[in-house]
Design a protein. Structure first.
Length: 184
C-alpha cells in the first residue's frame, strides 16, 4: 500500500515508538476486515443479480417478497457458503473463481486466529511491518474481488435491460436490507 493511503508513512518504523505502531496494526486489520465485508456484500449482490436474471420476477409483489427473503437468507450465510452458492452457477463465476477462492481463504485466515498466529510480531518494528504488509496485501485482494463481483453483477443487471438508475435502486434496496439484517 502506498504512503498516501497508509497515513503518510512507508514503514512502520517511521511512526513514533509509542503505542502508535500497535494502533496502526489494529487500524490496518480493521481496514482489511472492512474490505472483507465489502467482498462478502459483492458476492451477495452477484447472487441476487444471478437469481433475478434466472427468475426475472423482482417486479411483482411475490417477486419482491422473494427477493427480500433471499437477501435476508444470504446475510445469514458465511462467506464460504456464499461462494458455494455462487458456484452453483459456474458460468457466472468461472472467470472469478480463483480470485473469490483466494479472497475467501484470506478472509478466513484473518478472521480465525490471525492475531494468535502473528501476535509475536508486536515485539519488534520488523514484526509489525510484516503484519502491516500482510494486511495491506489482504486489503488489495478483497478490493479486487469486490470490484470484480460488483462489476459482474452490474453486467448481469444490464443484460436484463436494467439501466444505471435501476441498478442504483437495487443497490439502495440491498443496503436497506443489509442494515435491517444487521445484528444490533
Amino acid at each position: 500500500m502506498d504512503a498516501e493511503r497508509s497515513g503518510g508513512f512507508d514503514r512502520i518504523a517511521d511512526l513514533p515508538d509509542d503505542d502508535s505502531r500497535e494502533k496502526e496494526v489494529y487500524a490496518r486489520y480493521g481496514l482489511a476486515m472492512f474490505h472483507a465485508h465489502a467482498f462478502e456484500h459483492g458476492m451477495i449482490t452477484l447472487i441476487t443479480a444471478s437469481v433475478t436474471a434466472q427468475h426475472a420476477q423482482a417486479q411483482t409483489r411475490d417477486g419482491a417478497n422473494a427477493f427480500n427473503e433471499l437477501v435476508d437468507e444470504l446475510y445469514r450465510r458465511t462467506a464460504g457458503q456464499l461462494l458455494a452458492r455462487l458456484r452453483e452457477n459456474p458460468g457466472l463465476t468461472t472467470p472469478l473463481d480463483n480470485l473469490l477462492k483466494d479472497a475467501l481463504g484470506v478472509r478466513n485466515r484473518l478472521a480465525h486466529g490471525w492475531f494468535r498466529k502473528n501476535g509475536l510480531g508486536f515485539g519488534s518494528a520488523d514484526g509489525m511491518q510484516a503484519m502491516v504488509d500482510d494486511l495491506d496485501r489482504a486489503t488489495e485482494i478483497f478490493q479486487a474481488a469486490s470490484v470484480q463481483a460488483y462489476g459482474l453483477a452490474g453486467q448481469v443487471f444490464l443484460s436484463l435491460g436494467l439501466g444505471e438508475h435501476d441498478i442504483e435502486r437495487v443497490r439502495d434496496r440491498l443496503a436497506r436490507l443489509a442494515n435491517a439484517a444487521a445484528p444490533e
